[in-house]
Design a protein around this ligand. Sequence first.
Ligand code: FES
Ligand SMILES: [Fe+2]
Length: 427
Amino acid sequence: MKAEQNELLTRTGPATPMGELFRRYWVPALLAWELPEPDCPPVRVQLLSERMIAFRDSDGKLGLIDEFCAHRGVSLYYGRNEECGLRCPYHGWKYDVTGQCVEVPSEPEESGFCTKIKLKSYPLIERGGVLWTYMGPPDQQPPEPEWEFATVPAEQSYTSKRLQECNYLQAMEGGIDSSHVSFLHSGSLNTDPLFKGAKGNQYNLKDKKPVFEVVESDGGLYIGARRNAEDGKYYWRITPWVMPCFTMVPPRGDHPVHGHFWIPIDDHNCWAWSFDYHPVRALAAEERKAMEDGKGIHVKVFPVTFRPLQNKDNNYLIDRAAQKAGHTFSGVEGIGMQDASLQESMGPIQDRTKENLVSTDNGIIMARHRLMKAAKELAAKGTLPPGRDPVHQKVRSVAVVLPSGTPFKEGAGEALKAKKGVAQTSV
Ligand code: FES
Ligand SMILES: [Fe+2]
C-alpha cells in the first residue's frame, strides 16, 4: 500500500475525504444510560476529531453541541444543565440543545445579541439503547439506523463500548479477518461462556488454513471463510462488513450473535462498540451477567473513560505461563483484549507500506478498496456512499456447513439477511 493510500484511509478529521465519508452516516455516539434523565450531568463526546458536549435538557431533549463556549472558550463540560439549556459557568452564557445561545446575562436583552451566537450542533437520537449522531450536511441526512441489534426488544440485546488506543482501521480490519480466530482466540473458544459448546468450534480449531471468498453486498461485503468439515463438506463462517465500519462475527451454536462498530475518536483512538443480541429470544440472566463481566467480546473498563482495565500501561496483564501452557494463545485473557492488545501494538496508525498481505487478507483488501473508492467519489462527484439505506443494514453473520461446490452466497442465501422473528443460522 502506498503511503498516500494509508493517509486517505486513516484520516477522518474535518475536511478529509474519509472524514467526509464518515460524516454521511449515523454513528453511535453514547450509550443511552450515559444521559439517563433530564438535566443530568453533560458528557464529553469526541468523534472524527471533533470535541463536543452531549446533554439532555429539562424537557428530556437531547443535544450534541460544540464543547467550547462561544464567549472565551471555556469547556461546557463544566457547565450547569438547567432550565432547558447548558449554562457556561464562567460568565453565564446559556445554550439550548441546538447550540443556539439563548442568554448572555451581561448584555441588555433588547440588544438581541445572543440571537447572533450559535454553536455548532448535530442531531442526537436514541435507538436500541444507543445515542446516534449524524455529523454531515443536514440535507444529506440518511433515514434513522435500522441495524438489527438496535431494533430487537431491549431484553434481547446488550451493548458496550471500550476505548481502543489506535486508529479505527486496524481495529476494524481485525473484525474482517476471521483467520486469526484459529490462533489468537483458540484458547478461549472452548472456555468462554459466550462461545463454548458450539460444534463449529471444533471445525474452527481443527482447520487452521481457511480459504477466503469475498463477495460484494449492497452495503459492503460478505467475507466467507471456508474450513473443512466432515464427509468432504465445508464449514463456512460468513462475516458481513457494511460501510463504513460495521462488522459482525459469525455465530456459534445458540449463543447470541455479536458484532462491532469501529468509530474514530481521532486518528489515534477509536471506540470499539460491541453488541450481542439474539434475534428471537431474551438474553438469559447468565448471558447478560457474562457480558457485564467482560466475557465474549466485551471487556471490563474504567468508568467515565471506558479505558479497559487491561491496557498498554500494564502490558494487558499478559500471563506468560498461560501463554506457554496454551491456556491462552497470546497470554492475554479475554477475546476483546486479545484483539485490542495486538492491534494497539501496531502503533497508533499501522504503517501499511511495510505489510505483506496473503490470501486470507482478501476481505481486508476489498474493504480498503471500497472505502477509498467511495471517499474519492464523494469528494469528486458528491456521490453518496452505500450503507446509508436501512435495507443495506439488514445483514447477519452466518455459520453453516455446506456441500463442497456450493458457493456460500447461494448456500447461505436468505440466512445472510436479518429477518424479524427468524433465528440466526448457526453451527
Ligand atoms: S467563557 Fe463562557 S460565558 Fe464567558
Ligand atoms: Fe478477534
